[in-house]
Design a binder for this molecule. Structure first.
Ligand SMILES: Nc1nc2c(c(=O)[nH]1)N[C@H]1C(S)=C(S)[C@@H](COP(=O)(O)OP(=O)(O)OC[C@H]3O[C@@H](n4cnc5c(=O)[nH]c(N)nc54)[C@H](O)[C@@H]3O)O[C@H]1N2
Ligand SMILES: Nc1nc2c(c(=O)[nH]1)N[C@H]1C(S)=C(S)[C@@H](COP(=O)(O)OP(=O)(O)OC[C@H]3O[C@@H](n4cnc5c(=O)[nH]c(N)nc54)[C@H](O)[C@@H]3O)O[C@H]1N2
Ligand code: SF4
Ligand SMILES: [Mo]
Length: 704
């Protein structure tokens, strides 16, 4: 018997690769949709990791929220109707504002939200709440690379070229990315690179599954990538491999940059990083002998209190060797969250307006205020960064709305952040599940997710793609857009908070028009016709939607080929010096702790910990340590290990493995409870990106 089904093309709800997938839905709409291959989408060509393959399970009624929850006088969360719940939220926000001023209300967003939601949330904060206090979890993600790219290139788009270009270059240095675990289908491009005769260099303190693919694995001490990049550039100069012609024609600032480079001679860099000089020379030879080469960074070098300078140093290496601004060469950042790219472009960041405009730029304020129908002078100024905002809870900020993040698990110094959340007068959380943060809220609003709603995201390539609604949500949930609509109405704001995503996207297009991230020429139809559209994509002059052959239908896949986006068209070198991590090992805390991810869990685990297959594959936290260190501590594989930093103590089973440096331990951060890695991490912030130092702090390690 054949049962009629309907296929809907969409994308995975999780990481920035935004793999294409098809959802097969029963004709009666009942049951969970089946995830099937969508080979036509060029980025993943049908391949999915286990998270994507099982994503439909999080749609099931059993694991998710299906009605609003309101905390009663007895302190217990109990089910409530939507009217009561929204009234309570509006009341909580208004009371904080009345008692303590507009900036006493905070908003915390997420890089997993669609462009439409991120845009609406930023507008809601500035226009309905009129608070400056909005930021989001993307600050914890790629913000250092964003600042560095803006400085060097005048524009921040994670990859300035399609991912497929990676397979056709000559050499890739992959710095602190474990994409075999974090974006598995992208591994194919590295395999193809090597099949095509190219070489791969991986920089990671651990010999990860990604590092195992490399022709050369450099295994530095955590927090020393800046010295490493300077050391490589020193050798480039010393060995006469500088591309003087490129430096002269297409860059500025080299003369100011050179002295710091020359101060990082190879033996010094070996001492700082632990990477032997011959390995440094080998890396330079591989990178420079190739006709084209790329540097790709991810969270390893970026999540440091000097992440911006570190990325700047890797960009300097590309510029000095002429590996930028031409086909198949360049620097790129592998953004992380599903909408890590678009989420940082449309205004949920503390200093930002839609279209990647700056909140302190009068022309930008005037443009966006006109779209919003408000007076530019009524728009608040820039607010605090994510950790600083969380740190101010219960003090300057008295009420908070969270949409799309679970900071109880994912924020640095999470014990302190949890206390701050508990000290609020009022906390509202919109989520699909009862996350650890939602469990602390006064009101929890259950929202629809990817397959139940339509919206766009922008993947790590800057490709704007469309997720389509495939199934109806449970009766008791509403979309984030409907929540904002309902709250704006209760706050007495009539500035337009439509719940229809395509209507919001239309407004986003107008708001972004003329900005660095210009989406004005992108429509849902155009996305569907071209497997996504790369921004910038201005609307054609004649005002139609750009499918008349005037502009390439897929927007701008490759940037900077003729000029960089700086005022003079030249890329800028940044003079940078190496400096130690905020916390270096000491007699009391003799080891480095670094943190990161495992294949089967996603982020704070709020979604993936609810999927049985993923939980079996990755059931809980662990402390990865070298056999030599394990021997020294008398610890065997599986023994409970206590890791203590100046912020707290966490306990998890030992995972003894020769894949890590003996002076370093690694913990994944996906779990709450006593194994919560973020009880330990250091909230020391990068001075310009305000990125916390997730990737390195000093710890003591003992048998528990
Ligand atoms: N399975 C899975 N996939 C994911 C996610 C997930 O949670 N789970 N999250 C998504 C998101 S939001 C992001 S941001 C990306 C992150 O993707 P990645 O950046 O690949 O992930 P991480 O594991 O955080 O860090 C990468 C590597 O950095 C190394 N590292 C640690 N310290 C240093 C250092 O000082 N220098 C260098 N060079 N390397 C260092 C770690 O050993 C680790 O192997 O993954 C995305 N994909
Ligand atoms: N120690 C350590 N800590 C880290 C990192 C690290 O490497 N080491 N990495 C950092 C990085 S790169 C990141 S990106 C952060 C991420 O950390 P979080 O911000 O905690 O990210 P998620 O776990 O993805 O949280 C998203 C929450 O939103 C919910 N959600 C999903 N979709 C929607 C939606 O459409 N609407 C709403 N309202 N809710 C939704 C999910 O159920 C989940 O509860 O963690 C950071 N923390
Ligand atoms: S790699 Fe990322 S986008 Fe692709 S299936 Fe896995 S989690 Fe989803
Ligand atoms: Mo991230």
């Amino acid at each position: 018997m054949s049962v009629a089904t309907r296929d809907v093309d969409t994308h995975c709800p999780y990481c920035a690769l935004q793999c294409g997938m098809t959802l097969r839905v029963g004709a009666d709409g009942g049951g969970l949709p089946e995830v099937v291959e969508r080979t036509g989408f060029p980025v993943n060509k049908g391949a999915l990791c286990g998270k994507g393959r099982t994503a439909a399970e999080v749609l099931s009624r059993g694991v998710r929220l299906t009605e609003p929850l309101v905390r009663g006088a007895d302190g217990v969360l109990r089910p409530a109707g939507w009217e009561e719940a929204l009234d309570r939220v509006a009341e909580g926000l208004l009371r904080a504002r009345a008692g303590h001023g507009r900036d006493a209300v905070g908003v915390f967003g997420g890089g997993g939200l669609t462009n439409e939601k991120a845009y609406a949330l930023g507008k809601f904060a500035r226009v309905a709440l009129r608070t400056s206090q909005i930021d989001y979890n993307g600050r914890f993600c790629m913000s250092s690379a964003a600042v560095a790219q803006n400085k060097a290139f005048g524009l921040d788009r994670g990859l300035p070229f399609p991912l497929a270009d990676v397979a056709r270059t000559g050499c890739v240095i992959l710095v602190g990315s474990n994409l075999a675990d974090t974006m598995p289908p992208s591994l194919r491009y590295l395999t193809e690179l090597r099949e095509n005769g190219g070489t791969l260099i991986v920089v990671d303190p651990r010999r990860t599954r990604t590092a195992e693919q490399a022709d050369l694995h450099l295994q530095p001490r955590p927090g020393t990538d800046l010295a490493l990049a300077l050391g490589l550039l020193h050798l480039v100069v010393a060995e006469g491999r500088l591309d003087e012609d490129f430096v002269r024609r297409r860059t500025s600032g080299w003369d100011e940059t050179l002295p710091a480079v020359m101060a990082h001679w190879p033996e010094l860099v070996e001492r700082i990083t632990g990477v032997p000089v011959p390995r440094l020379r080998q890396a330079v030879a591989m990178f420079c002998d190739a006709r084209e080469s790329m540097v790709l960074t991810a969270r390893g070098p970026e999540q440091q209190a000097k992440g911006t300078d570190t990325v700047g140093a890797w960009i300097n290496l590309c510029l000095a060797t002429g590996r930028a601004g031409r086909p198949l060469s360049g620097y790129g950042c592998l953004t992380g969250q599903g909408n890590g790219q678009g989420g940082r472009e449309h205004g949920q960041k503390a200093d930002q307006l839609p279209g990647y405009r700056k909140l302190d730029d009068p022309a930008a304020r005037a443009h966006v205020a006109a779209v919003w129908g408000v007076d530019p002078d009524d728009l608040p100024g820039p607010g605090r960064s994510a950790y600083e905002l969380l740190d101010a809870l219960g003090r300057d900020i008295r009420a908070l709305l969270v949409m799309g993040s679970n900071p109880v698990v994912s924020a640095p110094r999470a014990g302190h952040v949890t206390e701050r959340l508990q000290s609020l007068d009022f906390l509202a959380v919109c989520d699909v599940v009862l996350s650890e943060t939602a469990a602390l809220a006064d009101v929890v609003l259950p929202v629809t997710q990817w397959a139940e709603e339509t919206g766009t995201t922008t993947n790590l390539e800057g490709r704007v793609i469309l997720r389509r609604k495939a199934v109806d949500p449970p009766a008791g949930v509403r979309s984030d857009l409907e929540v904002l609509e309902g709250l704006a109405e209760r706050l007495g704001c009539d500035k337009g908070f439509p719940a229809d995503p395509e209507e919001v996207f239309g407004e986003l297009r107008r708001a972004s028009a003329g900005g660095p991230a210009d989406y004005s020429g992108i429509t849902y139809e155009r996305i569907a016709a071209h497997d996504g559209v790369f921004w910038p994509c201005p609307a054609p002059e004649d005002g139609d939607d750009g499918d008349d052959g005037e502009a390439a239908g897929d927007g701008t896949p490759r940037l900077f080929l003729e000029r960089f986006a700086t005022p003079d068209g030249r890329a800028r070198f940044t003079p940078v010096h190496h400096r130690p991590s905020a916390e270096e090992p000491s007699p009391d805390f003799p080891y480095h702790l670094t943190t990161g991810r495992v294949l089967a869990q996603y982020q704070s685990g709020a979604q993936t910990r609810r999927v049985a297959e993923l939980n079996e594959a990755a059931p809980g936290p662990f402390v990865q340590l070298h056999p030599r260190l394990a021997g020294l501590l008398g610890v065997a594989d599986g023994d409970p290990v206590a890791v203590t930093s100046r912020r707290g103590r966490a306990v998890a089973p030992a995972m003894v493995s020769p894949a890590i440096r003996p002076d370093t331990v690694f913990m994944p951060f996906h779990w709450p409870g006593e194994g919560r890695a973020n009880l330990l991490t250091n909230p020391a912030l990068d001075p310009s990106s305000r990125m916390p130092e997730f990737k390195v702090c000093a710890v003591r390690v003992e048998r528990a």
